[in-house]
Design a protein around this ligand. Structure first.
Ligand SMILES: Nc1ncnc2c1ncn2[C@@H]1O[C@H](COP(=O)(O)OP(=O)(O)OP(=O)(O)O)[C@@H](O)[C@H]1O
Length: 407
């Protein structure tokens, strides 16, 4: 029996059962719950259709936040203006089954995970069987796609690196949950910013939850978005968390270069085919977003580019884990935000790391790695900029002062 079939039998996930109820049953239940909406056992709120309709001004175009391939998203204001949230009105296709209905899948997955790095589920409305309403946290500052590509004031390197780290942490939290979640649709339009400009990962319509062997057994066809999709993910058997790592690498290249994942104004049009030769040749001035110029710190330039290249390798096994990505980005972030950090005496570095909640294994990343998984040049042990900051981590990537060699 597949994992999702099992999920559907668990009482803890009342939502799944509820979703399967017919309209009459659901209406009856909701009527019983009136006049006030209430939370179910998972802490999720059950909304009535009427209250969401009224909170979105009748799903008006003024409240429309955007449209995706599975429906539209509206801003909703409830509880006398105290609560602002986003309502996804999912349009089921005639072919949608319980197994592949993105709305139901999103509820099923998001009801089991909650994390400050995600656009979390707040509740749902079950009254429309064919067009479900999913209620999630409202993200006030639009998507990463909008901010990178449609904003005349493009974010600078400090912000971009912080965003990359926040997204990486969110993906890592999915991969390390039990059982793991594979998002399968990491891309800039699925990263949204909350009111405090924290990057949050959203849209779990394609996500799969379960141990890789179980998920593979389900034979869910490969899915994702062109330009971000792992080229090695051709059959259900190829699925692994490393497909998310590939998509994250594409996202990182997008953050670095400011160009679209697929952009007909460039040759080659796909970002990885365009970027990797530039990274190999050390042509960072052509790689980095010309609107804001390259990061001033040459180490940061090399490190970010090499990390992206590591993630988009064609061999899934040779890509880093998301934990390694997080550790790399923590180091980059540290360096980018405090250039003086690399010159500090060891004891101060340690304190600085504690202050910034950076663990020792992250610090190892830049200092003492023997393995060079993508053919990056070995770090010269005499290089003062890249010298060892603490003890060894078993695998990783090395950044050199020189242009990066063969990948
Ligand atoms: N929680 C939210 N808060 C604010 N705006 C949102 C929220 N979720 C989505 N949006 C807006 O609605 C748009 C559509 O979102 P949706 O997740 O349906 O599709 P998408 O990810 O853009 O595209 P696709 O479904 O094709 O992957 C987003 O691009 C975003 O502008």
């Amino acid at each position: 029996m597949g994992y999702f079939s099992l999920c559907r039998r668990e009482s803890a996930l009342a939502i799944c059962h509820s979703c399967k109820r017919n309209k009459t049953q659901t209406k009856k239940k909701t009527e019983e719950e009136k006049p006030n909406s209430r939370e179910n056992s998972s802490g999720l709120r059950l909304f009535s259709y009427e209250e969401l309709e009224s909170a979105t001004n009748g799903f008006s175009s003024e409240n429309l936040l955007g449209k995706g391939s599975h429906g539209s998203v509206y801003k909703a204001v409830l509880d006398d203006g105290k609560l602002v949230l986003a309502v996804k009105k999912i349009t089921a296709t005639p072919l949608s089954s319980d197994e592949d209905n993105p709305g139901e899948n999103e509820i099923e997955i998001l009801s089991r995970i909650r994390n400050p790095g995600l656009v979390n589920l707040l509740g749902f409305c079950l009254e429309l069987n064919e067009r479900k309403l999913i209620v999630v946290e409202f993200m006030a500052n639009r998507t990463l796609y909008d901010n990178l590509h449609c904003n005349s004031r493009s974010p600078g390197w400090g912000k971009r690196i912080r965003f990359a780290l926040q997204i990486a942490k969110a993906v890592e939290s999915l991969h390390s949950s039990n059982p793991p979640v594979i998002h399968r649709d990491i891309k800039s339009s699925n990263v949204l910013f909350d009111a405090n400009w924290n990057a949050r990962l959203g849209d779990f319509g394609l996500a799969l939850r379960g141990h890789v062997e179980d998920v593979r057994r389900l034979s869910t066809p490969p899915a994702g978005t062109m330009g971000y999709l792992d080229p090695g993910y051709l059959t259900p058997q190829n699925l692994s968390t490393k497909s998310d790592v590939f998509s994250f690498g594409i996202l990182l290249l997008e953050i670095i270069s400011g160009r679209n994942a697929i952009d007909m104004n460039y040759r080659p049009s796909s970002i990885d085919e365009w970027a990797i030769p530039l990274i190999k040749q050390g042509e960072f001035d052509r790689l980095y977003d010309p609107r804001i110029g390259m990061p001033k710190d040459s180490c940061v330039r090399r490190q970010l580019a090499a990390l992206a290249a590591w993630c988009v390798q064609s061999s899934a096994e040779r890509r880093p884990s998301m934990l390694e990505v997080v550790n790399c980005l923590r180091m980059v972030s540290n360096r980018a935000c405090s250039p003086i950090w690399s010159n500090l005496p060891d004891w101060m570095k340690k304190s600085a790391m504690l202050d910034k909640e950076i663990d020792a294994s992250s610090a190892d990343f830049f200092g003492s790695i023997e393995e060079v998984p993508i053919g990056l040049k070995h770090l010269s042990s005499s290089s003062s900029r890249n010298r060892r900051v603490s003890n060894v981590q078993s695998s990783g990537v090395v950044f050199s002062e020189e242009p990066i060699g063969k990948i």
